[in-house]
Design a protein. Sequence first.
Length: 378
Amino acid sequence: MKLTPFLLDQWLEQKFSADIEFDLGSSTGPIWTLRELLALGGDMESLLDTNLFYTPPAGSGELREELARMENVHPEHVLVTTGAAEALLILFHAAAEPGANVVLPHPGFPSNEAIADSFGLEIRRYRLRPENGFQIDCTEIQRLVDGNTRFVLVNSPHNPTGAVVSESAMDALHDFCVEREVQLVCDQVYHPIYHGTPVRSAARLPGVTVISDFSKALCLGGLRIGWMIERDARRREAYLNARSYFTVSSTVIAEKLAALAARKREIIYDRARSIAQANLQLVDRLFSEHADVFQWVRPAGGMTAFPWLTNGMDARGFCRIVAQRGVLLVPGDCFGCPAHFRLGFAASGERFPRAIERFAAVLDEGIPVERAATVRGR
């Protein structure tokens, strides 16, 4: 089993360098400190008295109950994981049977295809096209499904495009998959961060397996806590068994802090929405002023946009030059779309206006995009 080089994380390593002053590459929300989180109502003395032992493999009862309240499901339907990454690993592992296929979005999070390929799964891609606002085409997805399809994956709000699957489209896809006994998986790590009409959680639909985490909308990536909502008891048993082999459990401290965050989620969500929406207006202005260089589809949710160079050239060289000026973007070849780049507009928080000023200054230097396209490298 071999994994292809993870271009996205290799590129993002630069954010830890002193040369990068503004991180517009990361896809997370405004960062919280431990002090700020505990100030929401945490008890430091209680935390210090925590027994540093294993948590239950499915997650602590406290955390599962808070997540169940959040998703309006029964606590037994909740399985805690080590981030959404482990949840996806468990799903692909469970799907890995001879001749099986999975239906995935393109572009999509790079690890999905790499893990599926490493398990020998056939990958069937449905396209998210900019001319269609990066919306899913249910008819296209339905044509890809057959008797060997183990699951269909949707990501909403989507990383990297920010597209949102409407409730009607999710309902139609749910009914189609349930009728054919094909699992529908919704990765909704950015829910409920929307910049237009909000949609309800896919957990409202009985036939959907939901994946989420504390890294994106809840802005606490350092906890490395995710979760799955699964109503099918046989699947839950298989997932729990896999987790017992993969990671055994999460850390007890992280689960306690995650339970606090889940209880105070509206405060965290409100901060994320406020910062993301204010920063998105600055992105609007930037791309309007430089419409000769960039095109984009304004994200309807989440914390990332996926603009592209109007001349269709490879954006890696452009991202390289911008990084040399201290601003980190992510080249689109990390997502299989070389003319695009990902711009995160929430991770830098209140510093984002300064970051956009620096980005605009680089553009005002008049660097020819054609020359930038020849500048390669990491």
